[in-house]
Design a protein around this ligand. Structure first.
Ligand code: Q46
Ligand code: ZN
Ligand code: ZN
Length: 305
């Protein structure tokens, strides 16, 4: 197969775009498409101070790399979750550090054990999180820490490396439950409000294989294995199902997501009817906005669930 731009041998064929490209043109295409998504969804201006959430995996490191190449002022944040199985957190932290060092970028590190005396491995062992799967607690902890550190350090926006496969897995879950709270909020960009940082997902229209190809072809050293807790979760199962659908009908993931964004933008979800305004106050322990006396994160780390 030949590259559509230069007729050299193609390294990737993207059936959904009917586009095959060589290494050089693929890397250019990926960077340009990211810039287009940032502009299309009005994610952040060129002079924004960006904090990129770095897990050490292909998506987040590809994101950091692309934003840096595009000339954005982007620092990284790595949360050491304390996942000891297969030394996952140590290894991903090492690769996040390595990337920052090699590219002269600033990486903020937050260590859950040191800061909060609580790790994801600890949470996995609590009976409340059945079957040793701490993802709900982990998600809550990550959202809390990223938001807090982003705001405290004056960043304009938090960028995350969610790819299309992540987004459609969430969309499928929300659709199966017809979640009227979550469906209207799923978006490439979430505007910031009092106490909450603006969030953007510049890679949300790339298939996972495309972000992996970018990281590999760009020579980025990333943690290859998935988090040991990912296997068997509902997100994992949804991705498998969507992969089968994609095989049968190439392009179906992209069209599922794009059609959702189109109907959402067209007012399909009546935001006023579904978004019941919640009164927020300051958490009595940490000061973060919360509808209750003590926020969910403070309860989590104090084992109050
Ligand atoms: S890091 Fe955390 Fe993920 Fe691991 S424990 Fe689950 S949520 S799978 S993105
Ligand atoms: Zn080419
Ligand atoms: Zn709190």
């Amino acid at each position: 197969m030949k590259c559509r731009k230069c007729r050299e041998t193609a390294v990737i064929n993207m059936a959904q775009h009917k586009l095959a490209l060589c290494r050089e043109h693929y890397l250019d295409w990926f960077i340009q498409q990211t810039e287009r998504a940032i502009r299309k969804y009005d994610m952040f201006p060129k002079n924004a101070r960006i904090l990129a959430a770095i897990s050490g995996g292909k998506d987040s490191l590809a994101l950091w790399d692309v934003l840096h190449r595009l000339g954005y002022a982007v620092d990284g944040i790595y949360i050491h979750l304390g996942i000891s199985r297969e030394s996952y957190s140590d290894e991903s932290g090492r690769l996040a550090d390595k990337f920052a060092e090699e590219n002269g970028l600033k990486l903020i590190s937050v260590n859950m054990r040191e800061e909060y005396n609580c790790t994801i491995t600890d949470l996995a062992q609590r009976s409340h999180y059945s079957q040793q799967r701490p993802c709900a607690a982990c998600g809550l902890a990550k959202r809390y820490i990223l938001n807090r550190v982003g705001l405290l350090n004056g960043y304009d926006v938090l960028a995350t490396g969610h790819n299309l496969d992540d987004e459609v897995a969430v969309l499928l879950g929300n659709t199966l439950h017809w979640s009227k709270e979550l469906l209207p909020r799923q978006s490439p960009v979430l505007t910031g409000t009092e106490g909450f940082i603006r969030k953007a997902k510049p890679l949300c229209r790339f298939y996972e294989r495309e972000t992996a190809a970018y990281a590999l072809l760009q020579g980025i050293d990333y943690v290859f294995d998935e988090c040991p807790y990912a296997l068997g979760g509902s997100s994992y199962e949804y991705k498998e199902i969507l992969n089968r659908l994609e095989e049968y009908q190439p392009g179906s993931k992209l069209s599922f997501y794009q059609s959702f964004l189109n109907v959402r933008a067209g007012g399909f979800f009546n935001a006023e009817a579904v978004a019941r305004p919640v009164e927020l106050r300051r958490c009595s322990r940490c000061g973060q906005p919360t509808p209750t006396e003590t926020c969910a994160f403070c309860k989590l780390i104090s084992n109050e669930y």
